[in-house]
Design a protein around this ligand. Structure first.
Ligand code: SAM
Ligand code: SF4
Ligand code: F3S
Length: 449
């Protein structure tokens, strides 16, 4: 801060986050640290004293976008040579990326991975005082920094990370390489954070982890994820909902579903990524469950939680996947009847096991299979949504929809989007909605007394 006082003005930062909610949560902590250092925020890179890209490495497309953005920053830096450019997040943790940035993106001043997040102020201080480039991408296993400041979005939704890293090494996935091994946060710290959020007025809180079902294994306290959910539900009072993502099917248990069913604060929503409906492909992905085990799990969850909203992640075109195997994925989608899916075409990630596997299917073939998957899911989503029409549901009104006819945006307990006709005074509170219309992506309704 003293550095900026010497410059006689308050500095501005532009923070751009890519990737999953965990990265969004990390971005909010980075903004918290910047705010504590005296920065204010802008969305315009050209007006910022500091630009920070918080990146994702999960698919090639995500990385390409970041390189495109980094390239554009040569112009802002040319116009303002004092501008400091930072690259962090999952891409930055990869040695090959750091090498490329060191050699070809010489306008980037600071590169650090998720392991060094908590050291950001110290690293930035080095940049400002030495005016030299700083790279911090060493693995620092086991570090969890509690108590970092956070700049959260205004409104009703908040994210709470409960476990960092991943031990699963699904053969297609870069995450374990860039986020390190699983580290669970102390339960008391999580409870305190959730209690604080509810007291501040947040009403829709999502617990985050690459596999929340692993929560507690490394702590040795005997407490598992279902126990954590039950403690939050029982000990944090107030009118709020708890959601979580993601759950790995190999670790999801009837105990978890029974706990969800009996805890009134826990939303009736389950994001349970299955990735493929074919057992050979699941084995090659190193997912460690079968199609049959997955079906057994979701059937149990649906039995104990009527009205459960189910979503999932799916990959089409894994190396060696045949058309028949891809169609097993489509048939599983039809059999389960998901409310929504996050669908991806396989993207090779250098250094992962799958990147070395033969991949004979063409991109055009994979696109055809992918389109069939989308058609199947769109039909199912439209049908699931149509079934809401005529019903009355409790929703949490979270903002404006931008839609003239239904000006409010809201979510059901299960997380489905409802465009709502009602007073703007409802924003930030729970309301009752009569559903009058639906399409593939959303429900439409009016607020009722
Ligand atoms: N940990 C979560 C899980 O296992 O369900 C999600 C991890 S990842 C951030 C989110 C999704 O991206 C995965 O579920 C998977 O469907 C997709 N994904 C990961 N690696 C991919 C790759 N190489 N190509 C395409 N999709 C990928
Ligand atoms: Fe990636 Fe698998 Fe870990 Fe999810 S569980 S982050 S897909 S390795
Ligand atoms: Fe998330 Fe992308 Fe990293 S999905 S964990 S930001 S690789």
């Amino acid at each position: 801060m003293a550095y900026w006082q010497d410059q006689g003005k308050a500095p501005t930062a532009c923070v751009d986050t890519f990737g999953c909610q965990q990265n969004v949560a990390d971005g909010q902590r980075i903004m918290g640290m910047l705010q504590t250092m005296g920065f204010t925020f802008t969305d315009e890179p050209a007006q910022a004293d500091l630009v920070l890209l918080n990146t994702c490495a999960v698919r090639e497309h995500a990385e390409k976008r970041v390189y495109g953005n980094l390239g554009a920053l040569t112009h802002t830096k040319k116009a303002n040579p004092a501008q400091v450019i930072c690259l962090c997040g999952c891409m930055a943790q990869q040695p090959s990326v750091a090498k490329k940035v060191r050699e070809s993106y010489r306008h980037v001043d600071l590169v650090f991975g998720p392991h060094a997040l908590w050291r950001f102020p110290e690293l930035l201080y080095q940049v400002y005082t030495r005016r030299g480039r700083v790279f911090s991408i060493d693995d620092e296993p086991g570090t969890i920094a509690e108590g970092l400041p956070v700049v959260r979005d205004k409104g009703v939704k908040a994210w709470v990370s409960i476990i960092y890293g991943c031990n699963n090494f699904c053969s297609y996935c870069i995450v374990p390489y860039v986020r390190g091994r699983e580290r669970s946060r102390d339960a008391e710290c999580i409870l305190e954070e959730v209690r604080g959020l509810v007291a501040e007025g947040y009403k829709d809180i999502t617990l985050l982890g690459q596999n929340v079902n692993s929560y507690g294994r490394d702590l040795g306290t005997g407490m598992d994820f279902a126990d954590l959910l039950a403690r939050i539900d029982g000990e944090v009072e107030g009118d709020y909902l708890i959601r979580f993502m993601s759950s790995h099917p190999k670790d999801a248990t009837p105990k978890l579903f029974d706990t969800m069913a009996r805890c009134p604060h826990v939303a009736r929503q389950l994001h349970l990524p299955f990735q493929s409906g074919n057992n050979r492909v699941l084995e090659a992905m190193n997912r460690r469950y079968t199609r049959e085990k997955y079906l057994e799990l979701v059937n149990y969850a649906k039995d104990v939680m009527p009205g459960l909203v189910l979503t999932s992640d799916v990959i089409i075109g894994f190396p060696g996947e045949t058309e028949a195997e891809a169609m097993d994925t489509v048939s599983l989608v039809r059999e389960v009847g998901f409310d929504a899916l996050f669908t991806f075409i396989y993207s090779p990630r250098p250094g992962t096991a799958a990147a070395a596997m033969p991949d004979p299917a063409t991109r055009a073939e994979k696109q055809v299979w992918f389109d069939r998957l989308l058609d199947a899911q769109n039909e199912i989503s439209a049908r699931q949504h149509a079934a809401y029409v005529g019903s009355t549901v409790r929703v949490l009104v979270d903002g404006e929809s931008g839609d003239e006819r239904w000006p409010l945006s809201s979510r059901t307990n299960g997380g489905r989007l409802v465009h709502l006709l009602g007073s703007r005074d409802l924003i930030g509170s729970f309301a009752t909605a009569r559903i009058t219309d639906a399409n593939t992506w959303a429900l439409f309704g009016e607020a009722v007394e």
